[in-house]
Design a protein around this ligand. Structure first.
Ligand SMILES: Cc1ncc(COP(=O)(O)O)c(C=O)c1O
Length: 371
């Protein structure tokens, strides 16, 4: 078999453990998943009704042009319809960007400890990925800009960043964009923008509306809209770039239920507001509890928090799993004792803190976690 050596060397992406799998394996009835930055409220009722209604049409191919959703978003965001492209999750747009611009040996940049899909997709297509060092768990845009060379094609900035929850400010981004040559595409991945409350956070659409030639913004319906299982996200950018990406996408890349669900989600302002309230309150609660437990954590603008559990993160993961709580070990990100916990409902956050507290007490008394 002619396996490609650069693909053979890839470590597959490991998603958060599914609830059913944990229930099956550990015989647990109640399992709390705080591992994949999903919406803790469950699906919106309006979305479920829209899906049920539309299900009579699922024998037909979806609208490949995603017309209704495109028009609605265009109006909502004040960007032209031909500045929008939809994908099977925003992950697909990440892939389209790399497919469209990166040839074997070309360079893609981001920060270390950022979204693992950037290096994964880059390597799948034979590109070279480099992540610049961070400063206090934040993107260091100066370090990132200094990595740009003639082979650089694309730069990904997750803002806020996953898994650290940190963000780059408007001033930092302005300075950075001024330093980057126009031939290099800068992708602002704003999957978590709906959870931001920092006043100096830059809305990437500002640059798109200024018609900056090399900036594309990614957003998703997976987080604040609660549609992670349906897979729909989009990119907003310069017309020429968007037209180019349309050439290489699959004709029916966004399924029809996802399109209907996204349309309904945009109309469910109450659900969006409730989601934001739950996440911001939960984020404050967890930060307060981590401080009380004297744990180092990173202040977050996302629907998750990175915290140093002071023990091997895989052991911590397994310990909490046995208690029916799924979190994420950050070992694959090069953070051997950090875990990332998604913000859940108030009761879920309390259950997590209770178990974490017990675990820390045990550790600090000199006990160890079972291997
Ligand atoms: C930074 C970042 N970008 C993009 C995504 C992907 O979202 P989607 O579900 O739209 O593919 C995620 C999901 O976890 C993410 O953390």
């Amino acid at each position: 078999m002619n396996y490609k050596s650069y693909i053979q060397g890839i470590t597959p992406y490991e998603p958060g453990k599914p609830i059913e799998e944990v229930q099956r394996e550990l015989g647990l009835k109640r399992v709390i998943k705080l591992a994949s930055n999903e919406n803790p409220l469950g699906p919106s009722k309006k979305v479920r009704a829209a899906i049920a209604k539309f299900s009579r049409n699922i024998h037909l191919y979806p609208d490949g042009g995603v017309y209704r959703l495109k028009m609605k978003l265009s109006e909502r965001l004040q960007v032209a319809p031909d500045q929008l492209i939809f994908g099977n999750g925003s992950n697909e747009i990440i892939e389209l960007l790399v497919k469209g611009f990166v040839e074997e040996g070309d360079k893609v940049l981001s920060s270390e400890k950022s979204f693992l899909v950037y290096p994964l997709v880059t390597r799948t297509l034979g590109g070279n990925f480099s992540g610049s060092p961070m400063k206090d768990y934040r993107y260091n845009l100066e370090a990132l800009a200094s990595l740009v060379d003639d082979r650089t094609r694309l730069i990904f900035i997750a803002n806020p960043n996953n898994p650290t929850g940190t963000y780059v400010s408007r001033n930092e981004l302005d300075d950075f964009l001024d330093r980057i040559p126009e031939r290099v595409i800068v992708c602002l991945d704003e999957a978590y923008i709906d959870f931001v409350d920092a006043p100096d956070f830059p809305d990437g659409l500002f640059y798109v509306k200024l018609e900056r030639k090399n900036v594309i913004v990614l957003r998703t319906f997976s987080k604040s809209h609660g549609l992670a299982g349906l897979r729909v996200g989009f990119g907003a950018g310069p017309r020429e770039l968007i037209a180019y990406l349309h050439k290489i996408r699959q004709p029916f890349n966004v399924n029809s239920l996802a399109q209907q669900a996204a349309l309904a989600a945009l109309d469910d302002a109450e659900y969006s507001a409730r989601t934001r309230r739950v996440v911001l309150e939960g984020r404050r609660f967890l930060a307060e509890k981590f401080a009380q437990l004297r744990l180092n954590f990173v202040s977050s603008q996302g629907n998750f928090i990175l915290v140093d559990a002071e023990r091997d993160a895989e052991q911590v993961f397994r310990f909490l799993l046995k208690k029916g709580i799924i979190i994420r070990s950050m070992k694959p990100y090069g953070l051997p004792t950090h875990i990332r916990v998604s913000i859940g409902l108030a009761a879920e956050n309390r259950a997590f803190v209770r178990e974490l507290g017990k675990m820390m007490k045990k550790i600090r008394k000199g006990g160890d976690l079972p291997l």
